[in-house]
Design a protein around this ligand. Structure first.
Ligand SMILES: Cc1cc2nc3c(=O)[nH]c(=O)nc-3n(C[C@H](O)[C@H](O)[C@H](O)COP(=O)(O)OP(=O)(O)OC[C@H]3O[C@@H](n4cnc5c(N)ncnc54)[C@H](O)[C@@H]3O)c2cc1C
Length: 327
C-alpha cells in the first residue's frame, strides 16, 4: 500500500487544523474514518520510513512555519462502546467532551473536568490532559496501539503517564499511534455529575479568552520553595507547592504583551493568543520572551505544555525581545 492509495495529499497547510491558526504545511496529510484506517495509515507511514502524526483537534500544537515532515492523519475514528459495568472502549478520534457527555448520560461520572477541554481522546493521552487536579490517566486501563508498524493492546503503563506528560511527548518519541483505549468509569448520581460540570464550565468561561489559542502555553511549576517565597500567591497553592505559569508571567509585567500578531492573554497571561495572523515563529518568539523574563526574575525555566510540532531544526532562540520596537 502506498501513500496515494490511502488518500494522502502532499503539502497541505496545517493552519486550519490547529486552534492557534498558525504554521506551515504537512509533508503528507490524509484522513482516517475508523481505527482500521488509522492503523493502516500508521503502518504505511512505517513502511515508507515516515513519522505518523495523528491529528485530533490540533488544540495543543504549534506547527513550524517550515512545515511538518511525515504523514499527518486527521483522526475521525469516533466509536464508543459501553458495558453495563462502566467499562468503555473509545476510539482516539472521539472528542474528549463527547466521551464525558456519553458517559454522564449513562450515569458514569469522573470526567466532569473534561468539559471545555477541546480536542480528542488521543490528544488528551499524549499530554495526560486534565483540569482541577484530575487527569485522563486516572481512568485508562488499556491502550490499543500501532508501534513500529505492529498493532496490539498494552496496559496503560505503556504510555508512562506523568503530570501533563507521557512517553509520546519525549524528544524523539517512539513511533506509537494510539487507536483505542479501554477505561473504567465510576457510577455517580446525575445531579452530582451535572453540578460539577456546570461549576467547572463557569470557572473556565471566566478565565478563558475567546481568541485563537492552544490553552495554557506553559505547564504550572511544582516548586515548594518558590511557592513559599511568593507573598501574593494564594495559600492553597503555597500549601500544594504549585505556582501557576500565568502568575509568573503576570509578575514580569507581560499580561497583554503583543508581538507581531501574537499576544499574551490580558485575563490569563499563560494563554498565548493569535490575534492578527501571527506566524508560528512570532508566537514562539513571544513565548520564549516570557520564558526568559521569568527565568531572570524567578530562576525557573517554564516548560511548554503546547508541543512545538514539525521541523524546528532551524530555530535560533533569541530570548528577550524589544516588544515596544516590534509592536
Ligand atoms: C481553549 C483551550 C483550553 C484548553 N484547556 C485545557 C485544559 O484545561 N487541560 C489540558 O490538559 N489541556 C487543555 N488544552 C490543551 C488541549 O486541548 C489538550 O491538550 C487536548 O487534549 C489536545 O487534544 P487534541 O486532540 O487537540 O490534540 P492535537 O493537538 O491534535 O495533538 C497533540 C499531539 O498529540 C498527538 N496525537 C493526537 N492523537 C494521537 C493518537 N491517537 N496517537 C498518538 N498521538 C496522537 C499529535 O500527533 C500531537 O503530537 C486547552 C486548549 C485550548 C485551545
Amino acid at each position: 500500500m502506498t501513500l496515494e492509495r490511502i488518500g494522502a495529499r502532499a503539502q497541505v497547510s496545517l493552519r486550519t487544523f490547529t486552534t492557534l491558526k498558525a504554521g506551515g504545511a504537512a509533508q503528507w496529510l490524509t484522513e482516517a474514518r475508523n481505527v482500521d484506517e488509522l492503523a493502516l495509515a500508521a503502518t504505511v507511514a512505517h513502511q515508507e520510513g515516515l513519522r505518523c502524526h495523528p491529528l485530533g483537534g490540533g488544540s495543543n500544537l504549534l506547527p513550524s512555519d517550515q512545515g511538518v515532515p511525515g504523514l499527518c492523519v486527521v483522526n475521525l475514528a469516533r466509536r464508543m462502546e459501553f458495558t453495563p459495568a462502566g467499562e468503555v472502549t473509545v476510539d482516539t478520534g472521539v472528542a474528549y467532551q463527547d466521551l464525558f457527555l456519553a458517559a454522564s448520560q449513562r450515569g458514569w461520572g469522573g470526567l466532569e473536568y473534561a468539559v471545555g477541554i477541546p480536542g480528542t481522546v488521543g490528544g488528551a493521552l499524549v499530554s495526560n490532559a486534565g483540569a482541577y487536579r484530575s487527569n485522563i490517566s486516572e481512568i485508562v486501563k488499556e491502550v490499543e496501539v500501532v508501534h513500529d508498524g505492529e498493532r496490539r493492546w498494552e496496559p496503560a503503563s505503556f504510555l508512562e503517564f506523568k503530570y501533563r506528560d507521557s512517553i509520546l511527548r519525549r524528544p524523539n518519541p517512539p513511533a506509537i499511534t494510539v487507536l483505542r483505549i479501554r477505561c473504567q468509569l465510576q457510577a455517580k448520581p446525575a445531579h452530582e455529575i451535572y453540578n460539577n460540570a456546570r461549576d467547572y464550565q463557569r470557572q473556565r468561561i471566566s478565565k478563558q479568552p475567546p481568541m485563537a489559542s492552544a490553552g495554557s502555553f506553559f505547564k504550572n511549576v511544582e516548586d515548594k520553595a518558590l511557592a513559599e517565597s511568593l507573598d501574593t500567591l494564594p495559600a492553597g497553592l503555597k500549601a500544594a507547592g504549585v505556582v501557576p505559569a500565568g502568575y509568573l508571567i503576570e509578575h514580569v509585567g507581560l499580561k497583554g504583551a503583543r508581538y507581531q500578531g501574537a499576544m499574551l492573554g490580558a485575563r490569563h497571561a499563560n494563554f498565548l493568543l493569535n490575534v492578527g495572523k501571527a506566524s508560528a515563529s512570532s508566537l514562539r518568539r513571544l513565548a520564549e520572551h516570557a520564558q526568559a523574563l521569568v527565568h531572570d526574575r524567578f530562576g525557573v525555566l517554564l516548560e511548554p505544555e503546547v508541543l512545538y510540532f514539525g521541523d524546528w531544526s532551524h530555530w535560533e532562540p533569541m530570548g528577550r525581545l524589544n516588544l515596544d520596537a516590534a509592536n
